[in-house]
Design a protein around this ligand. Structure first.
Ligand code: ATP
Ligand code: MG
Length: 422
């Protein structure tokens, strides 16, 4: 009797030479973490694929679409696992084609990974092809441009047969690149930017600036919802929250109103850079898209960027809003991002923000408040909340036991609030 398994295909990690074994190990760990709610029996490597087996029937079918969303997965197939008996794998081929859905034409693609099997790939193609032609007499065999492909893969004593196969999100396994700090609002763009970096193998550490105590904390909960929507395929281990409302008020009183937004942003970048240093993150990530709103002109981006030394990645800089929305829908964050919540972006906004900031005016405004003290104060007031994410490792200084820190953590968490960082 054939059992159901998932066969995971990956391209890019195959290109990485000596790193290949490491990348495969990370990908297997991430698939295991993404399938924590399933009864996974084994995750192993076979002949350029990763094989996932389950101990409960019906789970392979349910896990199949989830595996497609794990970064590093190029394609996943829902296969039948049989022995080498032709009767077994030919019956599996019929079932595989039956479950494929609508089709008019098909072909068989057979491959054997070891040559101790007496039939060659050509023999297998012919043998399985004949059985399928008999089982589906009104369907055509087409070598080019067919609707369905029935794959037959012989690996040692086993045969894997599948027709249902779904394209994965691609990219690289998360954790194969280093950490990045992402500036996460609860808007549409920054969750997409965060996801894009995770798909390239980075471990995103989001920092959210809340309008608290000048606004409610709704945006903080939306950010948590966004992180949970990305899980379990994309892992985020920790969300930092910076209550920014009082500082925004101070800036709005001290600085010319048209430059407020740039001042808020400069402070946000500087605080995020400090968190990046603490976390050992090598870059910041934002959801900016050129010209999308007043603050995202080239001049304004430059006026904000100059406060940090660390690279700032803007993966959406050349994307149109419609493209970003389509991606947000695909990754499951759109509906959360369209819920309105006051955050620091809606607080103390000027009626006419500067769209083409002049650097000398920006520098003068920057000196109108004690920005160094403010940045330090915000870093000291940072709070965080942890999520289950095996790829995320907290900074070393926060892993070591430190009595005073421990006491503070306990006091904060006992109140049911986010934990205080310092
Ligand atoms: P988003 O949809 O990501 O909020 P946006 O189109 O609303 O983006 P802005 O409000 O100008 O654009 O923000 C630009 C970027 O600055 C955001 O994509 C995000 O990376 C960062 N950012 C904005 N607000 C916050 C916030 N409250 N906390 C953290 N980062 C923020
Ligand atoms: Mg926003």
């Amino acid at each position: 009797m054939a059992s159901r398994v998932c066969l995971v295909h990956y391209h890019e990690i195959g290109l990485k030479g000596n790193n290949r074994a490491r990348f495969e190990r990370i990908l297997m760990d991430n698939i295991k973490a993404a399938l924590a709610a399933f009864s996974v029996a084994t995750i192993t490597r076979i002949s350029g694929h990763i094989l996932v087996t389950f101990s409960v029937s019906g789970e392979a079918e349910r896990a199949f679409p989830l595996i497609a969303k794990v970064p590093g997965v190029a394609r996943v197939s829902l296969a039948f696992h049989t022995n080498r008996e032709p009767g077994e794998y030919c019956a599996a081929a019929i079932k595989a084609l039956e479950e494929f859905g609508e089709f008019n034409s098909f072909k068989v693609v057979a491959r054997r990974s070891n040559t101790d099997y007496e039939l060659t790939s050509m023999d297998l193609n012919k043998q399985v092809g004949e059985v399928l032609c008999n089982a589906f007499p009104d369907k055509k065999v087409l070598m080019k441009g067919c609707d369905a492909q029935v794959h037959v893969l012989v690996v040692q004593g086993s045969v894997y047969v599948y027709a249902r196969s779904e394209r994965g999100v691609g990219g690289l396994p998360q954790g194969s690149a280093g950490k990045v700090v992402t500036l996460l609002s609860s808007g549409i763009d920054s969750p997409v930017a965060t996801w894009l970096l995770a798909r390239r193998g980075a471990v995103p550490v989001p920092v959210h600036f809340s309008g608290r105590p000048q606004t409610a904390d709704t945006s903080e909960y939306l950010c948590q919802d966004i992180i949970q929507a990305l899980a379990p395929c994309v892992q985020v281990g920790r969300l930092y929250v910076i209550p920014f409302g009082d500082c925004q008020r101070e800036i709005s009183i001290a600085c010319p109103s048209d430059l407020r937004v740039i001042m808020y942003r400069r402070v946000m970048y500087a605080v995020a850079e400090r968190i990046a240093q603490l976390e050992g993150a090598k870059a910041l990530v934002t959801g900016e898209s050129l010209g999308q709103v007043a603050s995202q002109t080239l001049e304004n981006i430059m006026a904000v960027n100059e406060v940090v030394d660390i690279p700032v990645f803007r993966p959406l800089i050349g994307s149109d809003k419609q493209e970003i929305i389509a991606r947000a829908e695909q990754i499951g964050t759109y509906d959360i991002s369209t819920q309105t919540a006051p955050d620091c972006c809606t607080l103390f906004m000027p009626r006419r923000p500067e769209t083409h900031a002049k650097l000398d005016e920006v520098h003068a405004a920057w000196e109108m408040f004690d920005h160094e003290a403010m940045i330090q104060q915000l870093v000291d007031a940072a709070e965080y909340i942890d999520f289950s994410a095996p790829t995320y490792k907290p900074p070393r200084c926060m892993r070591e036991r430190h009595d005073e820190l421990e006491i503070r953590y306990q006091r904060k968490s006992a109140e049911g609030k986010l934990r205080s960082l310092f």
